[in-house]
Design a protein around this ligand. Structure first.
Ligand code: AGP
Length: 611
Protein backbone atom coordinates (compact mmCIF):
# COMPACT_ATOMS: atom_id res chain seq x y z
CA UNK A 1 0.00 0.00 0.00
CA UNK A 2 1.02 3.64 -0.32
CA UNK A 3 3.77 5.06 1.87
CA UNK A 4 4.44 8.62 3.06
CA UNK A 5 7.66 10.25 4.24
CA UNK A 6 8.20 13.94 5.05
CA UNK A 7 10.89 16.09 6.66
CA UNK A 8 11.58 19.62 7.83
CA UNK A 9 15.21 20.24 8.83
CA UNK A 10 18.27 22.47 8.64
CA UNK A 11 20.08 19.95 6.46
CA UNK A 12 19.36 18.52 2.99
CA UNK A 13 16.59 15.97 3.42
CA UNK A 14 16.43 14.31 -0.05
CA UNK A 15 18.47 11.26 0.98
CA UNK A 16 16.40 10.88 4.18
CA UNK A 17 13.17 10.89 2.18
CA UNK A 18 14.48 8.33 -0.33
CA UNK A 19 15.83 6.07 2.41
CA UNK A 20 12.42 6.30 4.11
CA UNK A 21 10.70 5.25 0.88
CA UNK A 22 13.06 2.29 0.54
CA UNK A 23 12.15 1.17 4.03
CA UNK A 24 8.48 1.26 3.03
CA UNK A 25 9.01 -0.70 -0.18
CA UNK A 26 7.86 -3.88 1.53
CA UNK A 27 4.34 -2.49 1.68
CA UNK A 28 3.97 -2.89 -2.09
CA UNK A 29 3.73 -0.02 -4.59
CA UNK A 30 3.99 0.70 -8.27
CA UNK A 31 5.39 4.26 -8.52
CA UNK A 32 7.26 6.72 -6.36
CA UNK A 33 7.83 10.46 -6.13
CA UNK A 34 9.46 13.23 -4.14
CA UNK A 35 9.02 17.01 -3.86
CA UNK A 36 11.45 19.33 -2.08
CA UNK A 37 11.67 23.06 -1.63
CA UNK A 38 14.99 24.13 -3.15
CA UNK A 39 17.35 26.90 -2.02
CA UNK A 40 15.65 29.34 -4.41
CA UNK A 41 12.29 28.72 -2.71
CA UNK A 42 10.89 26.71 -5.63
CA UNK A 43 9.15 23.35 -5.28
CA UNK A 44 10.97 20.71 -7.32
CA UNK A 45 9.41 17.35 -8.07
CA UNK A 46 10.57 14.00 -9.43
CA UNK A 47 8.30 11.02 -10.06
CA UNK A 48 8.92 7.60 -11.58
CA UNK A 49 6.77 4.57 -12.23
CA UNK A 50 8.39 1.36 -10.96
CA UNK A 51 10.87 1.04 -8.14
CA UNK A 52 12.31 3.61 -5.71
CA UNK A 53 15.74 2.75 -7.18
CA UNK A 54 14.65 4.45 -10.42
CA UNK A 55 13.56 7.55 -8.54
CA UNK A 56 16.85 7.52 -6.68
CA UNK A 57 18.93 7.38 -9.83
CA UNK A 58 16.84 10.21 -11.35
CA UNK A 59 17.39 12.24 -8.19
CA UNK A 60 21.18 11.72 -8.43
CA UNK A 61 21.13 13.21 -11.92
CA UNK A 62 18.72 16.02 -11.03
CA UNK A 63 20.55 16.79 -7.77
CA UNK A 64 17.32 17.66 -6.00
CA UNK A 65 18.17 19.19 -2.62
CA UNK A 66 16.21 21.05 0.04
CA UNK A 67 15.34 21.28 3.73
CA UNK A 68 11.61 20.72 3.45
CA UNK A 69 10.10 17.87 1.48
CA UNK A 70 7.60 15.06 1.09
CA UNK A 71 7.82 11.72 -0.69
CA UNK A 72 5.49 8.87 -1.54
CA UNK A 73 5.20 5.34 -2.83
CA UNK A 74 1.88 4.80 -4.63
CA UNK A 75 -0.17 1.63 -4.95
CA UNK A 76 -2.64 2.44 -7.69
CA UNK A 77 -6.33 2.67 -6.80
CA UNK A 78 -7.70 5.50 -9.00
CA UNK A 79 -5.82 5.74 -12.28
CA UNK A 80 -3.14 3.56 -13.83
CA UNK A 81 0.27 3.09 -12.18
CA UNK A 82 2.17 5.66 -14.29
CA UNK A 83 4.29 8.75 -13.68
CA UNK A 84 1.42 11.18 -14.29
CA UNK A 85 -0.60 9.60 -11.48
CA UNK A 86 2.34 9.27 -9.06
CA UNK A 87 2.44 11.56 -6.01
CA UNK A 88 3.27 14.28 -4.99
CA UNK A 89 0.44 16.11 -6.73
CA UNK A 90 0.72 19.85 -7.26
CA UNK A 91 -1.71 22.73 -7.49
CA UNK A 92 0.12 25.42 -9.43
CA UNK A 93 3.83 25.31 -8.72
CA UNK A 94 3.77 26.14 -5.03
CA UNK A 95 1.61 23.54 -3.26
CA UNK A 96 2.28 19.79 -2.99
CA UNK A 97 0.37 16.92 -1.38
CA UNK A 98 0.94 13.20 -0.88
CA UNK A 99 -1.94 11.00 0.20
CA UNK A 100 -2.62 7.48 1.46
CA UNK A 101 -6.20 6.22 1.37
CA UNK A 102 -9.20 6.83 -0.85
CA UNK A 103 -11.35 9.94 -1.21
CA UNK A 104 -14.84 8.63 -1.86
CA UNK A 105 -16.41 11.93 -2.97
CA UNK A 106 -13.59 12.73 -5.40
CA UNK A 107 -15.90 12.88 -8.41
CA UNK A 108 -18.18 15.51 -6.89
CA UNK A 109 -15.19 17.55 -5.67
CA UNK A 110 -13.50 17.28 -9.05
CA UNK A 111 -16.61 18.67 -10.76
CA UNK A 112 -16.82 21.58 -8.28
CA UNK A 113 -13.13 22.40 -8.64
CA UNK A 114 -13.28 22.22 -12.43
CA UNK A 115 -16.17 24.66 -12.34
CA UNK A 116 -13.92 26.97 -10.29
CA UNK A 117 -11.29 26.81 -13.03
CA UNK A 118 -8.87 24.18 -11.69
CA UNK A 119 -7.48 21.83 -14.30
CA UNK A 120 -6.47 18.25 -13.52
CA UNK A 121 -3.27 16.59 -14.63
CA UNK A 122 -3.93 13.09 -13.27
CA UNK A 123 -6.72 10.51 -12.87
CA UNK A 124 -6.23 10.26 -9.11
CA UNK A 125 -8.60 11.02 -6.26
CA UNK A 126 -5.65 12.73 -4.54
CA UNK A 127 -5.46 15.60 -6.99
CA UNK A 128 -8.81 16.95 -5.76
CA UNK A 129 -7.23 17.39 -2.32
CA UNK A 130 -4.42 19.62 -3.51
CA UNK A 131 -6.71 21.84 -5.60
CA UNK A 132 -9.27 22.03 -2.80
CA UNK A 133 -6.49 23.06 -0.45
CA UNK A 134 -5.27 25.68 -2.91
CA UNK A 135 -8.77 27.04 -3.08
CA UNK A 136 -9.01 27.21 0.71
CA UNK A 137 -5.58 28.84 0.88
CA UNK A 138 -6.91 31.61 -1.36
CA UNK A 139 -9.78 32.05 1.08
CA UNK A 140 -7.87 31.87 4.41
CA UNK A 141 -4.28 32.81 3.55
CA UNK A 142 -2.79 30.41 6.15
CA UNK A 143 -1.91 26.83 5.15
CA UNK A 144 -2.83 25.24 8.49
CA UNK A 145 -6.20 26.98 8.61
CA UNK A 146 -6.80 26.03 4.97
CA UNK A 147 -6.05 22.36 5.67
CA UNK A 148 -8.39 22.30 8.67
CA UNK A 149 -11.15 23.62 6.45
CA UNK A 150 -10.36 21.40 3.44
CA UNK A 151 -10.43 18.08 5.32
CA UNK A 152 -13.99 18.80 6.44
CA UNK A 153 -15.05 18.35 2.81
CA UNK A 154 -13.26 15.04 2.30
CA UNK A 155 -15.19 11.78 2.66
CA UNK A 156 -13.21 8.58 2.89
CA UNK A 157 -9.80 7.75 4.24
CA UNK A 158 -6.68 9.83 4.22
CA UNK A 159 -3.22 10.26 5.61
CA UNK A 160 -1.91 13.52 4.16
CA UNK A 161 1.39 15.36 4.03
CA UNK A 162 1.44 18.89 2.65
CA UNK A 163 4.11 21.48 1.87
CA UNK A 164 3.87 24.94 0.34
CA UNK A 165 6.51 27.23 -1.14
CA UNK A 166 4.61 30.16 0.35
CA UNK A 167 4.91 28.87 3.94
CA UNK A 168 8.25 27.06 3.88
CA UNK A 169 8.56 26.80 7.68
CA UNK A 170 6.15 23.88 8.07
CA UNK A 171 5.16 20.43 7.04
CA UNK A 172 1.47 19.68 7.58
CA UNK A 173 -0.19 16.34 8.27
CA UNK A 174 -3.77 15.10 8.58
CA UNK A 175 -4.97 11.66 9.59
CA UNK A 176 -8.33 10.00 9.12
CA UNK A 177 -8.41 6.25 8.49
CA UNK A 178 -4.79 6.01 7.40
CA UNK A 179 -1.99 6.01 10.00
CA UNK A 180 0.66 8.71 10.36
CA UNK A 181 3.51 9.08 12.81
CA UNK A 182 5.72 12.07 13.58
CA UNK A 183 9.41 11.34 14.11
CA UNK A 184 10.97 13.74 16.61
CA UNK A 185 14.55 14.91 16.06
CA UNK A 186 16.79 17.63 17.46
CA UNK A 187 16.08 20.80 15.53
CA UNK A 188 14.39 18.70 12.84
CA UNK A 189 11.21 16.69 12.61
CA UNK A 190 9.83 14.04 10.31
CA UNK A 191 6.60 12.40 9.24
CA UNK A 192 5.79 8.94 7.90
CA UNK A 193 2.97 6.47 7.45
CA UNK A 194 5.04 3.87 9.35
CA UNK A 195 7.74 4.52 11.94
CA UNK A 196 9.95 1.98 10.14
CA UNK A 197 10.60 4.66 7.50
CA UNK A 198 12.16 6.97 10.10
CA UNK A 199 14.20 4.68 12.30
CA UNK A 200 17.34 5.81 10.47
CA UNK A 201 16.87 9.34 11.87
CA UNK A 202 15.09 8.99 15.19
CA UNK A 203 13.76 6.61 17.80
CA UNK A 204 11.23 9.04 19.28
CA UNK A 205 7.75 9.02 17.83
CA UNK A 206 4.38 10.69 18.26
CA UNK A 207 1.39 8.85 16.79
CA UNK A 208 -1.42 10.91 15.32
CA UNK A 209 -4.94 9.84 16.23
CA UNK A 210 -8.07 9.75 14.08
CA UNK A 211 -9.02 13.26 12.97
CA UNK A 212 -5.74 14.87 14.06
CA UNK A 213 -4.10 17.68 12.11
CA UNK A 214 -0.44 18.48 12.81
CA UNK A 215 1.75 21.45 12.02
CA UNK A 216 5.33 20.21 12.10
CA UNK A 217 8.14 22.75 12.21
CA UNK A 218 11.88 22.21 12.73
CA UNK A 219 11.64 22.86 16.45
CA UNK A 220 7.98 22.38 17.33
CA UNK A 221 4.95 20.18 16.72
CA UNK A 222 1.39 21.42 17.22
CA UNK A 223 -1.58 19.08 16.99
CA UNK A 224 -5.35 19.69 16.84
CA UNK A 225 -7.84 16.89 17.45
CA UNK A 226 -10.95 15.97 15.48
CA UNK A 227 -12.88 18.80 17.19
CA UNK A 228 -10.20 21.35 16.29
CA UNK A 229 -8.95 21.57 19.90
CA UNK A 230 -5.17 21.74 20.55
CA UNK A 231 -3.95 18.43 22.00
CA UNK A 232 -0.72 16.89 23.21
CA UNK A 233 0.07 13.43 21.94
CA UNK A 234 2.46 11.35 23.99
CA UNK A 235 5.93 10.86 22.55
CA UNK A 236 7.29 7.33 22.82
CA UNK A 237 10.77 5.89 22.58
CA UNK A 238 11.06 2.94 20.24
CA UNK A 239 13.36 0.15 21.37
CA UNK A 240 13.41 -2.47 18.63
CA UNK A 241 16.89 -2.42 17.00
CA UNK A 242 16.95 -0.63 13.66
CA UNK A 243 18.65 -3.76 12.28
CA UNK A 244 15.23 -5.48 12.25
CA UNK A 245 14.71 -3.86 8.86
CA UNK A 246 17.89 -5.44 7.42
CA UNK A 247 18.12 -8.77 5.62
CA UNK A 248 21.33 -9.69 7.40
CA UNK A 249 22.91 -12.82 5.94
CA UNK A 250 19.71 -13.82 4.11
CA UNK A 251 18.98 -13.33 0.44
CA UNK A 252 15.40 -12.24 1.11
CA UNK A 253 13.41 -10.89 4.06
CA UNK A 254 11.02 -13.80 3.66
CA UNK A 255 13.74 -16.38 4.27
CA UNK A 256 15.05 -14.38 7.23
CA UNK A 257 11.56 -14.18 8.68
CA UNK A 258 10.93 -17.92 8.19
CA UNK A 259 14.13 -18.65 10.12
CA UNK A 260 13.24 -16.21 12.89
CA UNK A 261 10.21 -18.29 13.89
CA UNK A 262 11.72 -20.27 16.79
CA UNK A 263 12.90 -16.99 18.33
CA UNK A 264 9.68 -14.99 17.84
CA UNK A 265 7.47 -17.87 18.97
CA UNK A 266 9.59 -18.01 22.12
CA UNK A 267 9.09 -14.27 22.57
CA UNK A 268 5.33 -14.57 22.06
CA UNK A 269 5.21 -17.15 24.85
CA UNK A 270 7.39 -15.18 27.25
CA UNK A 271 5.61 -13.97 30.39
CA UNK A 272 2.38 -15.70 29.37
CA UNK A 273 2.90 -19.19 30.78
CA UNK A 274 2.79 -20.21 34.42
CA UNK A 275 4.08 -23.60 35.60
CA UNK A 276 1.14 -25.52 34.24
CA UNK A 277 -1.31 -22.85 33.12
CA UNK A 278 -1.65 -19.97 30.72
CA UNK A 279 -1.61 -16.62 32.55
CA UNK A 280 -5.03 -15.25 31.71
CA UNK A 281 -4.01 -11.69 32.65
CA UNK A 282 -1.76 -11.74 29.58
CA UNK A 283 -4.98 -10.72 27.76
CA UNK A 284 -5.51 -7.71 30.02
CA UNK A 285 -6.68 -7.03 33.56
CA UNK A 286 -10.40 -7.56 32.76
CA UNK A 287 -9.78 -10.76 30.79
CA UNK A 288 -10.55 -13.28 33.55
CA UNK A 289 -13.90 -11.65 34.32
CA UNK A 290 -14.85 -11.35 30.65
CA UNK A 291 -13.65 -14.81 29.62
CA UNK A 292 -15.81 -16.39 32.32
CA UNK A 293 -18.88 -15.03 30.48
CA UNK A 294 -17.88 -16.16 26.97
CA UNK A 295 -20.21 -18.71 25.40
CA UNK A 296 -19.28 -18.22 21.72
CA UNK A 297 -16.39 -16.84 19.71
CA UNK A 298 -16.64 -14.97 16.41
CA UNK A 299 -13.31 -14.58 14.60
CA UNK A 300 -12.86 -12.08 11.76
CA UNK A 301 -9.68 -11.51 9.72
CA UNK A 302 -8.25 -11.43 6.18
CA UNK A 303 -5.82 -13.59 4.19
CA UNK A 304 -3.22 -15.38 6.25
CA UNK A 305 -4.72 -14.05 9.47
CA UNK A 306 -8.04 -15.60 8.44
CA UNK A 307 -6.29 -18.96 8.04
CA UNK A 308 -4.97 -18.60 11.60
CA UNK A 309 -8.57 -18.07 12.70
CA UNK A 310 -9.64 -21.22 10.82
CA UNK A 311 -7.08 -23.27 12.77
CA UNK A 312 -8.27 -21.69 16.03
CA UNK A 313 -11.83 -22.86 15.37
CA UNK A 314 -10.66 -26.49 15.62
CA UNK A 315 -8.82 -25.70 18.85
CA UNK A 316 -11.60 -23.68 20.50
CA UNK A 317 -14.28 -26.26 19.80
CA UNK A 318 -12.17 -29.35 20.53
CA UNK A 319 -10.11 -28.18 23.51
CA UNK A 320 -12.21 -25.45 25.13
CA UNK A 321 -15.65 -26.66 24.02
CA UNK A 322 -16.63 -23.20 22.77
CA UNK A 323 -18.64 -22.80 19.56
CA UNK A 324 -16.64 -20.70 17.13
CA UNK A 325 -17.36 -19.06 13.79
CA UNK A 326 -14.71 -17.64 11.48
CA UNK A 327 -15.30 -15.27 8.61
CA UNK A 328 -13.28 -13.11 6.22
CA UNK A 329 -13.65 -9.47 7.22
CA UNK A 330 -14.63 -8.19 3.76
CA UNK A 331 -17.74 -10.43 3.91
CA UNK A 332 -18.54 -9.99 7.58
CA UNK A 333 -18.56 -6.20 7.38
CA UNK A 334 -21.37 -6.08 4.81
CA UNK A 335 -23.49 -8.98 6.06
CA UNK A 336 -26.48 -8.86 8.35
CA UNK A 337 -25.13 -10.81 11.29
CA UNK A 338 -27.12 -12.60 13.98
CA UNK A 339 -25.11 -12.27 17.19
CA UNK A 340 -25.34 -15.10 19.70
CA UNK A 341 -25.44 -13.92 23.34
CA UNK A 342 -22.08 -13.64 25.14
CA UNK A 343 -19.97 -13.83 22.02
CA UNK A 344 -16.37 -12.67 22.15
CA UNK A 345 -15.45 -10.85 18.93
CA UNK A 346 -11.86 -11.67 17.96
CA UNK A 347 -9.90 -9.95 15.20
CA UNK A 348 -6.54 -11.22 13.97
CA UNK A 349 -4.12 -9.02 12.08
CA UNK A 350 -0.40 -8.63 11.56
CA UNK A 351 -0.57 -4.91 10.81
CA UNK A 352 -3.63 -3.90 12.79
CA UNK A 353 -4.45 -1.46 9.99
CA UNK A 354 -6.22 -3.74 7.48
CA UNK A 355 -9.22 -1.70 6.31
CA UNK A 356 -11.71 -4.59 6.15
CA UNK A 357 -10.77 -5.97 9.57
CA UNK A 358 -10.95 -2.52 11.16
CA UNK A 359 -14.33 -1.83 9.56
CA UNK A 360 -15.61 -5.21 10.78
CA UNK A 361 -14.51 -4.35 14.33
CA UNK A 362 -16.19 -0.95 14.14
CA UNK A 363 -19.44 -2.58 12.91
CA UNK A 364 -19.22 -5.27 15.57
CA UNK A 365 -19.18 -2.60 18.27
CA UNK A 366 -22.70 -1.64 17.26
CA UNK A 367 -23.95 -5.24 17.26
CA UNK A 368 -23.90 -6.20 20.93
CA UNK A 369 -20.88 -8.48 21.22
CA UNK A 370 -19.69 -9.20 24.73
CA UNK A 371 -16.26 -7.65 24.10
CA UNK A 372 -13.60 -7.37 21.39
CA UNK A 373 -10.14 -8.89 21.43
CA UNK A 374 -7.37 -8.13 18.91
CA UNK A 375 -4.55 -10.60 18.27
CA UNK A 376 -2.11 -8.29 16.58
CA UNK A 377 1.58 -7.72 15.88
CA UNK A 378 1.58 -3.92 16.13
CA UNK A 379 0.92 -2.46 19.56
CA UNK A 380 0.24 1.06 18.36
CA UNK A 381 -2.15 0.00 15.59
CA UNK A 382 -5.73 1.21 15.20
CA UNK A 383 -7.05 -2.33 15.75
CA UNK A 384 -5.34 -2.63 19.14
CA UNK A 385 -6.34 0.86 20.21
CA UNK A 386 -9.98 0.27 19.33
CA UNK A 387 -10.35 -3.19 20.91
CA UNK A 388 -11.31 -3.92 24.52
CA UNK A 389 -8.59 -6.54 24.97
CA UNK A 390 -5.47 -7.40 23.05
CA UNK A 391 -2.77 -9.99 22.87
CA UNK A 392 0.29 -8.76 21.05
CA UNK A 393 2.20 -11.28 19.01
CA UNK A 394 5.92 -10.64 19.23
CA UNK A 395 6.93 -11.35 15.65
CA UNK A 396 8.80 -8.03 15.25
CA UNK A 397 8.55 -6.11 11.97
CA UNK A 398 7.55 -8.40 9.11
CA UNK A 399 8.87 -6.96 5.86
CA UNK A 400 8.18 -9.72 3.31
CA UNK A 401 4.71 -9.20 1.83
CA UNK A 402 4.04 -12.91 2.26
CA UNK A 403 3.22 -13.40 5.90
CA UNK A 404 5.27 -16.09 7.67
CA UNK A 405 6.35 -15.41 11.24
CA UNK A 406 3.20 -13.32 11.79
CA UNK A 407 1.09 -16.43 11.07
CA UNK A 408 2.88 -18.80 13.43
CA UNK A 409 2.91 -16.25 16.25
CA UNK A 410 -0.81 -15.63 15.68
CA UNK A 411 -1.35 -19.38 16.04
CA UNK A 412 0.56 -19.31 19.31
CA UNK A 413 -1.60 -16.40 20.50
CA UNK A 414 -4.74 -18.30 19.52
CA UNK A 415 -3.61 -21.43 21.33
CA UNK A 416 -3.03 -19.28 24.43
CA UNK A 417 -6.56 -17.91 24.01
CA UNK A 418 -7.99 -21.42 23.69
CA UNK A 419 -6.25 -22.55 26.88
CA UNK A 420 -7.20 -19.36 28.76
CA UNK A 421 -10.88 -19.67 27.81
CA UNK A 422 -10.93 -23.38 28.63
CA UNK A 423 -9.26 -22.72 31.98
CA UNK A 424 -11.50 -19.82 33.07
CA UNK A 425 -14.71 -21.51 31.94
CA UNK A 426 -13.66 -24.85 33.46
CA UNK A 427 -14.14 -26.69 30.15
CA UNK A 428 -10.53 -27.81 29.78
CA UNK A 429 -9.04 -30.43 32.10
CA UNK A 430 -6.13 -29.06 34.16
CA UNK A 431 -3.95 -32.00 33.07
CA UNK A 432 -4.59 -31.28 29.37
CA UNK A 433 -3.70 -27.64 29.89
CA UNK A 434 -0.53 -28.56 31.78
CA UNK A 435 0.42 -30.97 29.00
CA UNK A 436 -0.09 -28.33 26.30
CA UNK A 437 1.78 -25.68 28.28
CA UNK A 438 4.76 -28.07 28.46
CA UNK A 439 4.45 -28.73 24.71
CA UNK A 440 4.33 -24.99 24.00
CA UNK A 441 7.61 -24.58 25.90
CA UNK A 442 9.18 -27.20 23.62
CA UNK A 443 7.71 -25.66 20.47
CA UNK A 444 10.63 -23.31 19.58
CA UNK A 445 13.00 -26.30 19.62
CA UNK A 446 10.66 -28.34 17.38
CA UNK A 447 10.41 -25.40 14.97
CA UNK A 448 14.21 -25.21 14.83
CA UNK A 449 14.30 -28.92 13.93
CA UNK A 450 11.76 -28.39 11.14
CA UNK A 451 13.83 -25.51 9.74
CA UNK A 452 16.88 -27.76 9.66
CA UNK A 453 15.11 -29.49 6.73
CA UNK A 454 15.61 -26.37 4.64
CA UNK A 455 17.93 -28.05 2.10
CA UNK A 456 15.59 -31.05 1.68
CA UNK A 457 12.67 -28.75 0.91
CA UNK A 458 14.84 -26.71 -1.49
CA UNK A 459 15.48 -29.90 -3.47
CA UNK A 460 11.78 -30.78 -3.57
CA UNK A 461 10.99 -27.31 -4.91
CA UNK A 462 12.58 -28.36 -8.21
CA UNK A 463 9.47 -30.46 -8.93
CA UNK A 464 7.38 -27.29 -9.06
CA UNK A 465 9.52 -24.91 -11.06
CA UNK A 466 7.84 -25.79 -14.39
CA UNK A 467 4.35 -26.52 -13.08
CA UNK A 468 1.29 -24.30 -13.49
CA UNK A 469 -1.13 -25.79 -10.95
CA UNK A 470 -0.86 -27.44 -7.54
CA UNK A 471 -3.21 -28.95 -4.99
CA UNK A 472 -2.67 -28.75 -1.25
CA UNK A 473 -4.46 -31.27 0.97
CA UNK A 474 -4.99 -31.55 4.70
CA UNK A 475 -7.57 -32.90 7.09
CA UNK A 476 -8.89 -31.38 10.33
CA UNK A 477 -6.82 -28.44 11.59
CA UNK A 478 -4.32 -29.18 8.82
CA UNK A 479 -6.87 -28.11 6.21
CA UNK A 480 -6.33 -24.38 6.99
CA UNK A 481 -2.58 -25.11 7.02
CA UNK A 482 -3.00 -26.43 3.47
CA UNK A 483 -4.94 -23.24 2.62
CA UNK A 484 -2.11 -21.14 3.96
CA UNK A 485 0.43 -23.24 1.99
CA UNK A 486 -1.56 -22.68 -1.21
CA UNK A 487 -1.85 -18.93 -0.54
CA UNK A 488 1.92 -18.67 0.01
CA UNK A 489 2.69 -20.50 -3.23
CA UNK A 490 0.37 -18.41 -5.37
CA UNK A 491 1.42 -15.11 -3.75
CA UNK A 492 5.12 -15.40 -4.43
CA UNK A 493 5.59 -17.96 -7.23
CA UNK A 494 2.42 -17.08 -9.21
CA UNK A 495 1.64 -20.80 -9.56
CA UNK A 496 -2.07 -21.48 -9.30
CA UNK A 497 -2.65 -23.40 -6.07
CA UNK A 498 -5.83 -24.61 -4.42
CA UNK A 499 -6.34 -26.21 -1.02
CA UNK A 500 -8.91 -28.87 -0.25
CA UNK A 501 -9.84 -30.92 2.77
CA UNK A 502 -8.44 -34.26 1.59
CA UNK A 503 -11.85 -35.95 1.95
CA UNK A 504 -13.31 -33.59 -0.65
CA UNK A 505 -10.92 -34.72 -3.37
CA UNK A 506 -13.23 -37.34 -4.79
CA UNK A 507 -16.11 -34.85 -4.92
CA UNK A 508 -14.58 -32.91 -7.81
CA UNK A 509 -10.92 -31.83 -7.73
CA UNK A 510 -9.69 -35.39 -8.43
CA UNK A 511 -10.67 -34.69 -12.06
CA UNK A 512 -7.73 -32.26 -12.23
CA UNK A 513 -5.11 -34.73 -11.07
CA UNK A 514 -2.56 -35.93 -13.62
CA UNK A 515 1.23 -36.05 -13.90
CA UNK A 516 1.40 -32.25 -14.26
CA UNK A 517 -0.42 -31.53 -11.02
CA UNK A 518 1.78 -32.00 -7.94
CA UNK A 519 -0.21 -32.62 -4.76
CA UNK A 520 1.23 -31.39 -1.46
CA UNK A 521 -0.05 -32.97 1.74
CA UNK A 522 0.47 -32.42 5.45
CA UNK A 523 0.14 -35.66 7.40
CA UNK A 524 0.74 -35.61 11.14
CA UNK A 525 0.23 -38.89 12.95
CA UNK A 526 -3.34 -38.47 14.17
CA UNK A 527 -6.65 -40.29 14.00
CA UNK A 528 -7.24 -38.99 10.47
CA UNK A 529 -4.00 -40.44 9.11
CA UNK A 530 -5.43 -43.68 7.71
CA UNK A 531 -8.20 -41.77 5.94
CA UNK A 532 -5.62 -39.37 4.54
CA UNK A 533 -3.52 -42.26 3.25
CA UNK A 534 -6.53 -43.54 1.28
CA UNK A 535 -6.99 -40.07 -0.22
CA UNK A 536 -3.35 -40.11 -1.31
CA UNK A 537 -3.83 -43.48 -3.00
CA UNK A 538 -6.58 -41.87 -5.04
CA UNK A 539 -4.03 -39.32 -6.27
CA UNK A 540 -1.30 -41.88 -7.06
CA UNK A 541 -3.77 -44.05 -8.96
CA UNK A 542 -4.29 -41.10 -11.35
CA UNK A 543 -0.57 -40.56 -11.88
CA UNK A 544 -0.40 -37.50 -9.62
CA UNK A 545 2.96 -36.69 -8.00
CA UNK A 546 2.75 -36.55 -4.20
CA UNK A 547 4.83 -34.48 -1.79
CA UNK A 548 4.01 -35.50 1.76
CA UNK A 549 5.19 -33.85 4.97
CA UNK A 550 4.58 -36.62 7.48
CA UNK A 551 5.28 -37.60 11.06
CA UNK A 552 8.03 -40.26 11.18
CA UNK A 553 5.60 -42.58 12.97
CA UNK A 554 3.11 -42.28 10.10
CA UNK A 555 5.18 -44.92 8.29
CA UNK A 556 4.89 -43.31 4.90
CA UNK A 557 7.66 -44.13 2.49
CA UNK A 558 9.25 -42.66 -0.59
CA UNK A 559 8.27 -44.46 -3.75
CA UNK A 560 7.65 -43.88 -7.42
CA UNK A 561 6.11 -40.38 -7.65
CA UNK A 562 5.87 -40.05 -3.86
CA UNK A 563 8.29 -37.87 -1.91
CA UNK A 564 7.98 -38.13 1.85
CA UNK A 565 9.65 -35.64 4.21
CA UNK A 566 9.71 -36.88 7.79
CA UNK A 567 8.82 -34.17 10.28
CA UNK A 568 9.84 -33.97 13.96
CA UNK A 569 7.20 -35.52 16.21
CA UNK A 570 4.88 -33.06 17.89
CA UNK A 571 1.70 -33.03 19.97
CA UNK A 572 -1.18 -33.17 17.50
CA UNK A 573 -2.71 -29.90 18.73
CA UNK A 574 0.46 -27.99 17.85
CA UNK A 575 1.03 -29.74 14.53
CA UNK A 576 -0.57 -26.89 12.49
CA UNK A 577 2.20 -24.55 13.71
CA UNK A 578 5.03 -26.97 12.90
CA UNK A 579 3.70 -28.16 9.52
CA UNK A 580 3.36 -24.58 8.29
CA UNK A 581 7.14 -24.19 8.17
CA UNK A 582 7.99 -26.63 5.35
CA UNK A 583 5.16 -25.18 3.27
CA UNK A 584 6.62 -21.68 3.70
CA UNK A 585 10.06 -22.96 2.69
CA UNK A 586 8.60 -24.79 -0.30
CA UNK A 587 6.90 -21.63 -1.63
CA UNK A 588 10.04 -19.64 -1.02
CA UNK A 589 12.33 -21.97 -2.94
CA UNK A 590 9.85 -22.42 -5.80
CA UNK A 591 9.64 -18.62 -6.12
CA UNK A 592 13.44 -18.30 -6.09
CA UNK A 593 13.69 -20.92 -8.85
CA UNK A 594 11.11 -19.05 -10.90
CA UNK A 595 12.96 -15.76 -10.34
CA UNK A 596 10.02 -13.78 -8.97
CA UNK A 597 10.24 -10.77 -6.67
CA UNK A 598 9.93 -12.79 -3.46
CA UNK A 599 9.64 -9.96 -0.93
CA UNK A 600 7.44 -7.71 -3.04
CA UNK A 601 5.29 -9.92 -5.24
CA UNK A 602 3.46 -8.23 -8.09
CA UNK A 603 0.10 -6.51 -7.40
CA UNK A 604 0.23 -7.12 -3.64
CA UNK A 605 0.66 -4.82 -0.67
CA UNK A 606 1.85 -5.61 2.82
CA UNK A 607 -0.75 -3.65 4.66
CA UNK A 608 -4.09 -3.38 2.88
CA UNK A 609 -5.38 -0.09 4.24
CA UNK A 610 -7.97 0.42 1.50
CA UNK A 611 -11.06 -1.63 0.70
C1 AGP B 1 -0.39 -12.95 3.53
O1 AGP B 1 0.76 -13.51 3.05
C2 AGP B 1 -0.87 -11.74 2.92
N1 AGP B 1 0.09 -10.90 2.45
C3 AGP B 1 -2.24 -11.23 3.30
O2 AGP B 1 -3.14 -12.25 3.04
C4 AGP B 1 -2.43 -10.71 4.75
O3 AGP B 1 -2.38 -11.79 5.65
C5 AGP B 1 -3.80 -9.99 4.84
O4 AGP B 1 -3.78 -8.88 3.97
C6 AGP B 1 -4.14 -9.55 6.23
O5 AGP B 1 -3.22 -8.65 6.75
P1 AGP B 1 -3.15 -8.33 8.30
O6 AGP B 1 -2.77 -9.60 8.98
O7 AGP B 1 -2.11 -7.26 8.42
O8 AGP B 1 -4.52 -7.86 8.71
Amino acid sequence: MCGIVGAVAERNISAILLEGLKRLEYRGYDSAGIAVLDAAGQLQRLRRSGKVAELESAQRTAELTGRLGIAHTRWATHGAPCERNAHPHFSGDDLAVVHNGIIENHEALRAQLKALGYSFASDTDTEVIVHLLKHKLGEFGDLTVALKSAVKELHGAYGLAVISAKQPDRLLAARSGSPLVIGLGLGENFLASDQLALRQVTDRFMYLEEGDIAEIRRDSVQIWDVDGQPVQRESVQYHEGAEAADKGEYRHFMLKEIHEQPKVVQRTLEGRLGDSQVLVQAFGPQAAELFAKVRNVQIVACGTSYHAGMVARYWLEELAGIPCQVEVASEFRYRKVVVQPDTLFVTISQSGETADTLAALRNAKQLGYLASLAICNVGISSLVRESDLCLLTQAGPEIGVASTKAFTTQLVGLMLLTLALGQVRGTLAAATEADLVAELRRLPTRLGEALAMDATVEKIAEHFAEKHHTLFLGRGAQYPVAMEGALKLKEISYIHAEAYPAGELKHGPLALVDADMPVVTVAPNNELLEKLKSNLQEVRARGGELIVFADGAAEMENGEGTYVVNMPHIHDALAPILYTLPLQLLSYYVAVLRGTDVDQPRNLAKSVTVE
